[in-house]
Design a protein around this ligand. Structure first.
Ligand code: SF4
Length: 92
């Protein structure tokens, strides 16, 4: 249920953002961060992988959506200007 709500919120946010996609370098950076995260489950969803955070559960497809952000603040949403949001990153 939580995942469905999260998905619907994400789609609504993406529509409001004009369905912008992250650039290839941003996607690769996000994927690299997720690959090193303890919550990333690389073999889930038929090998597509998924985030194990209860507020997320998304596959790599989320990484392509510009308006999306990591629930732990490890990577941020892109602002319309192309810059990243001012969302603070967690301390290591
Ligand atoms: S979205 Fe964030 S919490 Fe989820 S796997 Fe990626 S880095 Fe980890």
């Amino acid at each position: 249920m939580q995942m469905g709500v999260s998905f619907c919120r994400g789609m609504l946010l993406w529509a409001r953002d004009g369905f912008r996609l992250a650039t290839s370098p941003v996607y690769k950076e996000r994927a690299s961060i997720c690959a090193q995260c303890h919550l990333w489950q690389s073999k889930a969803r038929l090998g597509l992988g998924k985030c194990g955070h209860t507020a997320c559960g998304c596959t790599k497809a989320k990484l392509k959506v510009a308006s999306q952000a990591c629930p732990l603040g490890k990577w941020a949403a892109l602002q319309p200007s192309g810059s990243v949001s001012a969302r603070p990153l967690p301390t290591p």
